[in-house]
Design a binder for this molecule. Structure first.
Ligand SMILES: *Cc1c(COP(=O)(O)O)cnc(C)c1O
Length: 350
């Protein structure tokens, strides 16, 4: 029915449910706190008559603000419609259909294999270790064209320290794309290392620590050749991926360091409290470096917990995949949301 073979055969990514009011929503790793008041003010005061004009294709003001916050030069920043878009553009920008392929872990962000198949890039998948950590030693030995590493990783929540990442980047002479979507909750960003390593591209987002998932903005940091590759791919697809309002709002958010850092601190302290509370109930919980917890429900399986919580109007994330079937991924919420989760779990597990 009019569809291409590609459209008929791809297996698209399934995003977490976005269902309306009445749910305690702990399933898509959104920030439970509102965006910066400075960002909200910029949104309120944005001038609709200016929307007559196309936005700046390179998001210059936003790139300047990001560069300042990240301690890099603005020419080394590339902005996209969500970091998913920046990650997607990396596949055609840095990999060939007949090349050695993109290497990533199993398990990791499940969008990577979708992008790879969409752009027909071969993949080299390296299993995580017994403890679910990414096997950097095995990845270094993989015969591939480059790497995608989510750090902290999703959905395992585990982080790898800066020194270990730097050693990996220094030891492989292939491109390393670091997806730092959750990095602000860990504090080991390698963004500044892009100045020293030509083979490092760091991708970050406004969706998690900045509480702006609905705005759709992400960015990549790397040396000019890499940024040029991303721009070339963007301009084959959509020259204006970041709208004018988004540019202004995200620039305001990234310049409000104190609000950002305070929000991150609140989420991290709640994460530790929730982790301890879950462990005290006899559950295995990974040592999270992110804003969510990777929790094992060996007795019931993850699906039963997901369904039982949903019946109680609490949403968490579950994947019906071999390595993940005993787990749920639970976003850290506000103290009262987390209490609601614990209470519901106590009833379900009793
Ligand atoms: C949430 C997330 C992203 C960010 O996606 P956006 O498109 O920026 O909202 C990227 N990578 C991982 C691993 C994520 O979990």
């Amino acid at each position: 029915m009019f569809l291409s073979r590609l459209a008929e055969s791809v297996e698209p990514y399934t995003a977490g449910e976005q269902i309306g009011e009445g749910y305690v929503k702990l399933n898509t790793n959104e920030n439970p706190y509102p965006p910066s008041p400075r960002a909200a003010k910029t949104l309120r005061e944005s001038d609709a008559s200016r929307l007559r004009l196309y936005p700046q294709p390179n998001a210059d003001g936003l790139r300047r603000a990001i560069a300042q916050a990240e301690g890099v030069d603005e020419e080394n920043v590339f902005c996209a419609n969500g970091s998913d878009e920046a990650l997607a553009l990396c596949f055609p920008a840095f990999f060939d259909e007949d090349g050695k392929g993109a290497c990533f872990a199993d398990v990791t962000y499940s969008f990577y294999p979708v992008f790879a198949s969409f752009f027909r890039i071969p993949t080299v998948v390296v299993p995580v270790k017994e403890d679910y950590s990414i096997d950097l030693a095995a990845m270094a030995k993989a015969d591939c064209g480059g790497y995608f590493i989510a750090n902290p990783n999703a959905p395992t929540s585990l982080g790898i320290g800066r020194a270990q990442i730097e050693a990996f980047v220094a030891s492989v002479d292939k491109l390393v794309i670091l997806d730092e979507a959750y990095m602000d909750f860990f504090g080991e960003s390698c963004a500044a290392l892009t100045k020293r390593y030509a083979n490092l591209l760091v991708v970050k987002t406004f969706s998690k620590s900045y509480s702006l998932a609905g705005m759709r903005c992400g960015y990549a940091i790397g040396q000019s050749g890499l940024i040029e590759g991303l721009r070339r791919m963007r301009d084959c697809f959509n020259s204006y991926p970041v709208d004018a309002v988004c540019q202004a709002v995200c620039a305001a958010a990234v310049s409000d360091r104190s609000y950002h850092d305070e929000t991150v601190r609140l989420v991290v302290s709640e994460r530790e409290r929730l982790k301890t509370a879950l462990r005290s109930r006899g559950l295995w919980v990974a040592d999270s470096a992110s804003n969510f917890l990777f929790v094992r429900f060996s007795e019931t399986g993850g699906k039963y917990i997901y369904e039982s919580l949903k019946a109680k109007k609490i949403l968490v994330r579950f994947w019906d995949k071999p390595k993940l079937s005993e787990f749920c991924r639970i976003t850290v919420g506000t103290p009262s949301q987390n209490e609601a989760l614990l209470e519901a779990l106590d009833t379900i597990l009793r």
